[in-house]
Design a protein around this ligand. Structure first.
Ligand SMILES: [Zn+2]
Length: 258
């Protein structure tokens, strides 16, 4: 027997499924991430796709079948028009949501995460024209906040071992352990920390800023070439260390041609 249910959500990703169907992943307020399919044959996909494949908050009517959830209806409860009229904004929305899709499991309700994703779309809607460097920085900031939300809150202030507060210089970043280690703790146990690499003060400041400050504030920091490269490397290493699946394209690469 099939059961109908409703959910309000944000579509994270979609792909073709079988011959004429499509499969979607959405983060919903009521059920966390869910996956469902839209049948090409029965209900015209053309009617659903404008709602499911643009940045929008959608109300979904779903059928809980034996094998899959199938979408029976979808309409927008909130469209984010400025996003899908702009390539930079669309790129930022899609790549961030793809990351969320890779980093979450289905049916784990998380209202805070839902709000975080909603805030991201709100922020992108209002975003002025930005450079590709800024776009990459924003996407990586999103990733850092998202990882922290998942429980991988990086330690950027105190040494992971001795807990002494960070002074200028001589700190090393360890992606798997999720934070920084001071030079003297590193010297004491090189074997344990062999994967830790040096990180400069400007990069650390940028990471702290990205982690703590709101999205709107992320338009402010000056982005110098070296620190930005190191900033990206640090966050990419953090994703590689903790994600079940690694995104095919780096965040910097995704924004390169914007
Ligand atoms: Zn230490």
């Amino acid at each position: 027997m099939s059961v109908l249910f409703e959910a309000t959500g944000l579509v994270l990703s979609w792909k073709p499924f079988r011959e004429s169907d499509r499969s979607y992943s959405a983060f919903t307020r009521e059920h966390g991430k869910i996956e469902f399919i839209a049948r090409g044959g029965q209900k015209p996909l053309a009617k659903l796709t404008p709602h499911l494949e643009t940045a929008a908050e959608v109300r979904l009517l779903l059928v809980d079948g034996r094998q899959y959830f199938t979408v029976a209806g979808a309409d927008r409860s909130r469209g984010f028009h400025p996003i899908y009229q702009n390539l930079t904004k669309t790129t930022l929305a899609q790549n961030a949501f793809l990351l969320v899709d890779l980093g979450t499991r289905t049916h784990e309700i998380d209202e805070e995460l839902y709000q975080f994703l909603h805030d991201w779309l709100e922020f992108l809607s209002e975003l002025p024209e930005i450079t590709s460097e800024r776009a990459g920085f924003l996407l990586a900031s999103f990733a850092l906040k998202f990882l922290a939300h998942l429980g991988y809150h990086p330690e950027l202030n105190d040494c992971l071992v001795c807990r002494s507060a960070i002074a200028e210089g001589n700190y090393r970043w360890h992606a798997l352990k999720g934070g920084v280690v001071c030079q003297s703790c590193f010297e004491k146990d090189r074997e344990q920390w062999f994967a830790a690499r040096t990180i400069d003060d400007v990069t650390l400041k940028l990471l702290r800023f990205a982690l703590i400050q709101k999205f709107a504030e992320q338009l402010r920091p000056h982005l110098s070439g070296n620190a930005l490269t190191s900033f990206h490397e640090t966050i990419e290493s953090f994703i590689i260390a903790h994600f079940p699946v690694i995104p095919a394209v780096s965040m910097r690469e995704a924004c390169k041609h914007l």
